[in-house]
Design a protein around this ligand. Sequence first.
Ligand code: THU
Length: 133
Amino acid sequence: MTIDWDTLREAARDVMLRAYAPYSGFPVGAAAYADDGRLLVGCNVENAAYGVTLCAECSLVSALITGGGGRLVAFACVNRDGTAIMPCGRCRQLLWEHGGPELLVDTPRGILPMSDVLPQAFGPEDLAVREGE
Ligand code: THU
């Protein structure tokens, strides 16, 4: 599958405008392609109880699952200026779960695989080593 990075970045910038970020003033937009070609988007949704805040990646992953599931193959995330930002640590773990090591991420240092973005990740396969299984 050929990745249209310009379309992906534009979708991230568009959805960033819908962010609900009254507390941080830091709107974030995220966009991704699923392996069936679906274009998924998400924005951050903050809360008066700050810790309840949903990152843009959270709503994107929810869109992946509620839209029928699948695997993420390419991901972009932008700030207010439309500039690429790195996913936070928690969201790297979310992306790992649904994209794995080969998911391509648009980073400030160029397009990198998740295996570079979250080295030595803990993932679903680690749970296969549970005692008695
Ligand atoms: N934020 C995201 O949406 N994704 C990230 O990966 C980094 C941080 C949001 C959370 C919060 O609403 C705002 O950016 C400032 O931290």
